[in-house]
Design a protein around this ligand. Structure first.
Ligand code: HPA
Length: 277
């Protein structure tokens, strides 16, 4: 079936389930260990991905694989508890399918979050970083192939995916909460391997502050669709080779658990301050 038709059918199903909700203000993509934010949503409507026609299904442990729709900080939000990663074997069109659905639902603002490794030597595990820009080190792109001009242009501008006004809101929110927040560049590595120490040195040389295995495909498709993006990385560990210790997923989950309350408070404050389009 045509990609566009699949998006329409998925969207139609979600709309039917929304009984009464007219406008969704913000989409939230919740990264590893950060899905707990969705538990804060009041009057939630839960839609498991596997119920939605043509919607992909999540395979990662710790990712629930469902939408949670409801109210958070006075805004109507749709949260993804569990996202799709390229390393799981999905193609880029599938990884970014949810962003297409967000756009079809009329959503204009997206907050995307992830767990990532700190490349910048001034960072520490447990830091939060607002994404200012990204580097696509996967050398593939979700927009390769047929362009649907009603979704966006053939050659989209990506000079401001992560909008300055959203970065400023996040920055002010963090300051008001006394959270020490970083701002930096996120580099996308396909995974599933963590980087080698040499790759991390290279990432630093090319201007990255953090590395991770998500977010960039979704950011690119949001740019294509004209959705404004705020990106927040939780630095769950220092990237490979920086500290004299091996990397493991348990550390990622542990740090996410340790910092999740700061993360939740920050996103709630940002949502509260956001003026929706
Ligand atoms: N590298 C890539 N992805 C990650 C990391 C990392 O160090 N930590 C959490 N996700």
């Amino acid at each position: 079936m045509d990609y566009k038709k699949k998006i329409e059918l998925s969207t139609e199903y979600i709309l039917k389930k929304l009984n009464g909700i007219e406008n969704i203000d913000v989409a939230l993509i919740l990264g590893s260990g950060l899905g707990v934010l969705a538990d804060e949503i009041s009057h939630p409507t839960i839609i498991p991905y596997d119920e939605i026609p043509y919607f992909p299904v999540s395979t990662v442990e710790g990712h629930k694989g469902q939408f949670v729709i409801g109210t958070l900080s006075g805004k109507t939000v749709i949260a993804m508890q569990g996202r799709f990663h390229y390393y799981e074997g999905y193609d880029m069109k599938t990884v970014t399918f949810p962003v297409r659905v967000f756009s079809a639902l009329g959503i204009k603002t997206m907050i995307v979050t992830n767990a990532s490794g700190g490349v910048n030597l001034d960072y520490n595990a447990g830091d939060l970083m607002i994404i200012e820009d990204h580097i696509n080190f996967a050398f593939t792109n979700p927009l390769i192939g047929k362009n649907y001009s009603d979704m966006g242009p053939r050659f989209p501008d990506t000079s401001r995916i992560y909008k300055k006004y959203l970065i400023d809101i996040a920055d002010i929110s963090a300051k008001e909460l006394d959270l020490n927040i970083k701002k930096g560049v996120y580099l996308f590595n396909t995974g599933p391997t963590y980087e080698t120490p040499a790759e991390v040195k290279m990432a630093r040389v090319v201007g990255a502050d953090a590395v991770g295995m998500s977010t960039v495909p979704e950011g690119i498709v949001a740019a294509h669709e004209g959705i404004d993006v705020l990106g927040i990385s939780l630095i769950t560990n220092m990237a490979s080779g920086i500290l004299d210790q091996p990397l493991c997923h348990d550390e990622v989950v542990e740090t996410a658990n340790r910092v999740k309350n700061d993360f939740i408070t920050l996103v709630k404050k940002i949502l509260y301050k956001l003026e929706v389009k």
